[in-house]
Ligand binder design. Structure first.
Ligand code: ADP
Ligand code: MG
Ligand code: ZN
Length: 542
């Protein structure tokens, strides 16, 4: 058990190209492992050099996470008498903005340390290197355990996630990146911890002082007036094979410029020792090109109501591309609407995907809903989309196009969709994906089907839900060992039992809660506090 617990290199998705590689040659694998090991060793040496005070206090053992903005190491504290204490050291990339770093730290120190929110023990800085030391929580890989969790464990997991979210939301913290790799789970000890406030923002009345600054800072950085020359249409269109013929012949998304800026800052130390900021603008789109084929043609724009409030969008300027999937020159010259978009596409709420400027703690509840969807359906990631419009199309296929369009209206966005897609019944969807026969409530045959690691949606599949759902063969059940992969990259369904463990009697309350989390309208979406009181958790107490 102990050995299988979580030392992982971040999410499997991020590493999937490597994971998918078939290791035909064992020696090659060994060579790669050695190579990786020496890479980690070098990184550890570099960290000791960059922040020498760490050497006096910690023995850095391994690298346990590597993301865009940080590397996380497992260390032991040498100062302690008695047993060694395990510590997680998060080394933030030196290009992070100083306010961003300070805000992350303030979230941990003010809201953290209780109710399943990670706390902080120490923080170290030398020049532009910052290291946050936290208690280490050994944790599972979500993908590895997804299909062996009992229904009761899923209830406990969600309950504990809501405890953490209630806690941070009370402080006016919007986490913005709620997903399994940021919610650590130790199955054996039943311990949980929400981590990673690297993208957090404050509500208008946030109690985290530095989050007030982060917000305006982020807006300044991506604001077109501030010298960055980002101009974009606020309409986006997608079209593809399943779209009506005439739409198909229109220019597709490839011709649409939709850059957004990812302002990066570099910290340079001035002569007087003060930190100075150097900003540069990175066009993410040039790296992350838009998708190729889409079954649904959809388009999002700021409606007239919203234009009045969003200064970057002239209210009166009409154009001739409305209700087409073209983007006219007027629209191409519209300024970018400033709205926070951080996070992972598959977990983003509709109001985030459509760049609604007023985003609240409700966006975290949506993300929790997507996690719940994975837990109930046995698929992770549930949505796999590399861009926002694809993610939106995927949401529509579950929640319905009409419903999505209607909800978007409430927050001032109008979405055009080339065809109507009905909403799915959540229970039927989850049971089908999990491989439970809804009539007999037994597991369907162990025919080779999609494994936990197969997203319910992916870029490869086209986004016509009836297609996706109908194409889904009998889903995998935990007992099937066909999908055990031997490259150690997760995705294995490794229990010996094919016990249903409560999955044959999922109560309606589960799907009712899921429905309330995946409420397309953020204003009526369930809050963390309300979720804890939902009948789904009736015999559980705080
Ligand atoms: P990033 O911003 O790079 O995503 P995170 O704070 O999410 O950084 O940390 C990355 C990974 O490091 C996490 O997914 C987790 O696996 C591991 N990690 C982070 N903090 C801890 C901790 N306190 N204990 C154990 N592992 C941790
Ligand atoms: Mg993270
Ligand atoms: Zn136009």
């Amino acid at each position: 058990m102990e050995a299988s617990l979580g030392i992982r290199m971040d999410e499997p998705m991020a590493f999937s190209p490597q994971c998918d590689q078939v290791q035909a040659d064992g020696s090659l694998k060994k060579h790669e492992q050695n190579f990786k090991l020496s890479g980690v060793k070098k990184d550890i040496e570099k960290l000791y050099e960059a922040v020498p005070q760490l050497g006096n206090l910690f023995k850095i053992k391994d690298k346990i996470g590597e993301g865009t903005f940080s590397s996380v190491y497992l260390a032991t504290a040498q100062l302690q008498v008695g047993p060694e204490e395990k510590i997680a050291l998060k080394h933030l990339i030196p290009t992070s903005h100083p306010i961003r770093i300070a805000a992350e730290l303030q979230c941990l120190t003010v809201a953290g340390g209780q109710d399943n929110v990670m706390g902080v023990k120490y923080c170290f800085r030398k020049n532009d290197h910052v290291v946050i030391a936290m208690p280490y929580l050994e944790h599972e890989s979500f993908l590895d355990i997804l299909n062996s969790l009992s229904f009761q464990e899923v209830r406990e997991y969600m309950f504990n996630l809501f405890r953490a979210l209630k806690r941070i939301h009370q402080f006016g913290i919007v986490h913005r990146d709620v997903k399994p790799s940021n919610f650590l789970y130790n199955r054996r000890l039943k311990k949980y911890a929400l981590v990673d406030f690297g993208l957090a923002q404050g509500t208008h009345d946030t109690k985290i002082e530095l989050l007030k600054l982060v917000h305006s800072e982020a807006q300044q950085e991506s604001c077109p007036q501030n010298k960055s020359h980002v101009i974009t249409g606020n309409k986006i269109s997608l079209s593809g094979p399943a779209a009506p013929k005439e739409l198909d012949q229109q220019p597709t998304v490839k011709t649409v410029k939709r850059p957004y800026t990812n302002a990066q800052s570099q910290i340079k130390q001035g002569k007087d020792g003060k930190l100075m900021k150097q900003s540069k603008t990175v066009d993410v789109l040039s790296r992350k090109l838009a998708p190729k084929k889409k079954a649904i043609s959809s388009k999002v724009m700021t409606s007239g109501v919203m234009r009045k409030t969003a200064s970057s969008c002239p209210a009166s300027l009409t154009c001739d591309c409305y209700a087409t999937d073209k983007v006219c020159s007027i629209c191409l010259s519209r300024r970018q609407q400033v709205a926070p978009r951080a996070g992972t596409p598959g977990f983003r709420a509709p109001e985030v995907l459509t760049k609604c400027p007023n985003q609240t703690t409700a966006i975290d509840m949506w993300s929790a809903g997507v996690i719940f969807l994975s837990l109930l359906s046995g698929r992770y990631p549930f949505y796999k989309a590399s861009d926002d419009l694809t993610a939106l199309a995927q949401i529509m296929t579950i929640r319905g196009s009409r419903e999505t369009i209607q909800a978007a209206k409430t927050f001032g966005k109008s979405i055009l969709c080339s065809k109507e897609i009905p909403a799915q019944d959540l229970r039927k969807l989850c049971e089908k994906l999990r491989g439970i026969d809804s009539n007999t409530l037994t597991l369907t045959s162990d025919v080779q089907g999609p494994a936990a690691r197969d997203p319910a949606f992916s870029e490869k599949t086209d986004h016509n839900v009836s297609h996706v759902i109908q194409q889904t063969p009998e889903a995998q059940h935990p007992g099937n060992s066909l999908h055990k992969d031997n490259n150690g990259c997760g995705g294995s369904l490794n229990t010996d039992t094919i016990s249903l463990e409560g999955w044959n009697e999922v109560p309606d309350e589960a799907y009712d809660l899921l429905d309330k989390l995946l409420d397309l309208n953020p204003a009526s979406r369930i809050t963390a506090e309300e979720a804890l009181l939902h009948p789904f958790f009736k015999d559980m107490s705080l």
